[in-house]
Each structure stands twice: as structure tokens, then as C-alpha cells.
Design a protein around this ligand. Structure first.
Ligand code: S3P
Length: 444
């Protein structure tokens, strides 16, 4: 049966003024993997229970680690760096989750059997060469067609520490190298383009692993001393800024609305969207700021913004907003003036080709938009845009962020929206439609 959501009504007011958002996906996946490698029982509160996190839990259980997933918390019984049980002919399925696929390969560094890693239709199209290259340097062996899933991985008993230059600005690649470095004696050195730094923060503040991080002008330099075991730990996972962003933009683009979103991780490497939208005239404020295990946490207060201006985005902000560009393009479409974004090639390497999809959806709603060189896009904003036609969104490889973007456009600009694969949001934000409903959004 086809799963379709139909939206035919803008949202005019919110029924509640405060919402909570589910736990951060990046931190939830890291919690499961790091906890499984620790020595003892780890507990996480507010862990995200989305399909991506369920994929990593299933994989870790297949590796012989006990995980209890309860209503309000999750327990992982870590067995240390050598604790995984590698059965013959093991197949690990990462589902839709690029983070799971890439980080788990790094943790299989000492497997004594071939292990097959696979994923869904979208994940099979994504680049794995970016982690194969550095992990091979440690001594891991890979077999894959064109650097894509499914791939076969085998560990080695002659592993060595490495020096690696991460040139994509990918947190997943950086984290893969950091995880493998734990298993090998000696120091691993990384020079990398900036990307989200949850792994560095957890290594230092939670796992207490000897790590040095220096941020210079264009690069981060990381040094990790390997072969260090670490104790069990507990973690209270803060709200996910990427999921919160759909409600930030919903509020910003609607008329005369206010919303408070509580307990969000506002790590500086993740808040590109807030910096960008505020510099366009958005009204997003932080309150109740605190630091938890090295992460910055705050409540967000958002007020509808009438006069938004275009932006010529400095690409140095790209990595801190990498999952939010579809929403940023939408805001640019409703702003005064012409906005320009560049160096966004990585967007086409996500769950779907998001740069191409952004272009396609903006064209569909009647926005003048142009693809420019260096994987850039130019958007001619139209603050008066209102929609009354029918729009159909389908064949988007079930990319959760495209589904949620379409819902937000429907609720802010109107028109009739028929959105296929209406379960796709469950990979990252299973309570998305419930939150829309709670606020007063109507859909069938
Ligand atoms: C993630 C890193 C990002 C992001 C993804 C989650 C992570 O990808 O797009 O949704 O948890 O490390 P990159 O590897 O491109 O940074």
C-alpha cells in the first residue's frame, strides 16, 4: 500500500507555545557505538528511537553486545575494545544510516572473519571510498564495487597508527579514523576540514581518552593516543538541532507566531542554520544556556520574521549547516533579494541528491533559481509567494529531510501537497508528524 500524506491547509496559529524535540541523532549513534566498546554498563536518557538508531542497535547486538531499550532510557553492556563476537558470514545492515555504516566499519578493525556491510537502496548509492581509504591505511581489508555498499571488511592483526588528511569536511570520515585509532598502539594524527565535533567532545569529556585538538584558521588538528581502554558512562542526550530546524523555519515563515524549543544541542559546529537565518533577519534567540559533557545546550525562542533579506553565504559556514540547506533554500526563496550558495557538492552525497532536489522543489513552487559553478545555487527570493496549485512529491529515495521540508512548505505557503512515502521521516524524527499535529497542523 502506498503511504501518502496530503496537506491542504496552512498553519495559522500554534496550539502550544513550547515543544521538546527528540534526542540528537549524531550523539545517539555515537553513544551506542562508544558504549559497546566501553567496559561496563552505560545508560543513555532521551536517546533517539528512530530507524537509524535502531539500525546501529541491531548491528551492535549482532556483534554480541547486550542492549536494553526501555521507554525512557537505553542500557548498553559494553565489553571493551575486544568485546565484539565476530561470527562467520556476518551481515550487518545499516539501513538508511550513513553514520552507522561509516562508523561501524571503523569499529570492526580487529575482526578475524569477513563481515558484509550493507544498507537500503539510498545507502547503497552513497560513497564509502571516503572511509575505505583511511581505514585501509590502518591495515583493514576491504572488497567493494566502486567504493559503494555492499562491501566486505576484514580486520587485521598487524595494525598501525596513521596520519590522515581529511579533505571533505566530513564528520563521519573524521570519526571513523578516530574510532579505529582507539584500537592501535601509538599516535594517530588527523588534519581535517572543520565538521561537527561530537566525537572529539565525547572522547575528551566522556570517555577521557588522551586526545589533543587544535583549531587553526582553516583546519582542525587532532592527535589521539591509541590502545586506551575506557570505563562505562552515562549520557543524557540533548535535543537535535537538525530536527528542531523544521520548527524554527515553520515559525519564522508563518505570521505572528512564537515558539520555544527546549533543551537543544547548540554545539557551535551545528548552529550554522541559526547564524545564517539570524543574519537574514530571523529572530532566533538562546536562553537557559548550559554546558553538559562539553556540549552547549540551550532553549531556543523563535519569533515569526516579516522582513527577511537574501544572503551571499560564505562557504565556511557550509559544514555547520550541512543537513539544513533545504530549509535554508526555502527561507532564501521567501526573502528580499538574490541569495547565493557555493561549494555544496557534499549535499548531493546525502540520502538523496539534495542540491538537485532543492533546485527542483524551488522551481516547482515558482521560484527563479539557477545552478551556478562550483556546486552553487542562486535563488531569487519572492517574499509575496503564495501557493494554490497541487504539488506531488515522490521518488525522492525516501529522504527524510525532503519529506519534512515538503510538509513545512505546505504548512507555510499553502497549496495542496501530496507527499509520497509518508513513513520516510522515521529514519531521523519519528515524532515529526505528532509534533506538527500538537502545534495544530492539519494533514490526512
Ligand atoms: C553526521 C555527519 C554529517 C551529517 C550526517 C550526520 C555525523 O555528514 O550530514 O547527517 O553524525 O557524523 P558528514 O560526514 O558529511 O559530515
Amino acid at each position: 500500500m502506498k503511504k501518502i500524506v496530503v496537506i491542504n491547509n496552512k498553519i495559522k496559529k500554534f496550539n502550544v507555545d513550547t515543544i521538546n524535540i527528540i534526542g540528537d541523532k549524531s550523539i545517539s549513534i555515537r553513544f551506542i557505538i562508544f558504549a559497546s566498546l566501553s567496559n561496563g554498563k552505560c545508560i543513555a536518557k532521551n536517546i533517539l528511537k528512530s530507524e537509524d538508531v535502531l539500525s546501529v542497535i541491531k548491528i551492535i547486538r549482532k556483534l554480541g553486545i547486550k542492549i536494553k531499550l526501555k521507554k525512557n532510557y537505553c542500557e548498553v553492556y559494553g565489553k571493551g575494545l575486544n568485546g565484539y563476537k565476530f561470527r562467520k558470514n556476518l551481515i550487518l545492515d545499516a539501513g538508511n544510516s550513513g553514520t552507522t555504516a561509516r562508523l561501524i566499519c571503523a569499529a570492526l578493525i580487529n575482526s578475524n572473519h569477513n563481515i558484509k556491510i550493507t544498507g537500503d537502496e539510498s545507502l547503497k548509492k552513497r560513497d564509502m571510498q571516503r572511509i575505505i581509504d583511511p581505514l585501509k591505511k590502518f591495515g583493514l581489508k576491504f572488497k567493494s564495487k566502486n567504493g559503494k555498499l555492499p562491501l566486505i571488511i576484514k580486520g587485521s592483526n598487524s595494525l598501525k597508527s596513521i596520519k590522515y588528511f581529511e579533505k571533505l569536511g566530513s564528520a563521519q570520515c573524521k570519526s571513523a579514523v578516530m574510532i579505529s585509532s582507539l584500537f592501535v598502539p601509538g599516535k594517530t594524527f588527523l588534519k581535517c576540514l572543520p565538521s561537527r565535533n561530537h566525537t572529539e567532545i565525547m572522547f575528551k569529556n566522556v570517555l577521557k581518552i588522551p586526545i589533543k585538538v587544535k583549531s587553526k584558521k582553516n583546519f582542525d588538528y587532532i592527535e589521539i593516543d591509541g590502545k586506551k581502554k575506557f570505563s562505562s558512562f552515562n549520557y543524557n542526550i540533548p535535543g537535535d538541532i537538525s530536527s528542531a530546524s523544521f520548527f524554527i523555519v515553520l515559525t519564522l515563515l508563518s505570521k505572528n507566531l512564537n515558539l520555544k524549543i527546549k533543551n537543544i544541542n547548540v554545539n557551535p559546529s551545528r548552529i550554522g542554520i541559526i547564524k545564517i537565518l539570524n543574519s537574514m533577519g530571523g529572530k532566533i534567540k538562546f536562553s537557559n544556556k548550559k554546558i553538559y559533557n562539553g556540549e552547549n545546550i540551550a532553549d531556543l525562542k523563535i519569533t515569526s520574521s516579516k522582513n527577511l533579506n537574501s544572503i551571499n553565504l560564505n562557504p565556511s559556514l557550509n559544514s555547520s549547516a550541512i543537513d539544513e540547506f533545504l530549509l535554508i533554500f526555502l527561507v532564501a526563496s521567501l526573502s528580499k533579494g538574490v541569495s547565493t550558495f557555493r561549494n555544496l557538492g557534499e549535499l548531493n552525497k546525502k540520502e538523496s541528491k539534495r542540491l538537485d532536489w532543492g533546485y527542483k522543489i524551488l522551481k516547482m513552487i515558482g521560484i527563479k533559481v539557477l545552478k551556478i559553478k562550483n556546486n552553487g545555487i542562486k535563488i531569487w527570493g519572492n517574499p509575496k509567494l503564495k501557493l494554490n496549485k497541487t504539488f506531488i512529491i515522490k521518488d525522492y529515495l525516501k529522504d527524510h529531510r525532503i519529506f519534512m521540508l515538503s510538509v513545512i512548505i505546505a504548512l507555510t505557503l499553502g497549496g495542496k501537497w501530496i507527499i509520497h512515502d509518508s513513513d520516510s521521516f522515521k529514519t531521523s524524527f519519528p515524532s515529526f508528524l505528532d509534533t506538527i499535529k500538537k502545534l495544530g497542523g492539519k494533514f490526512n
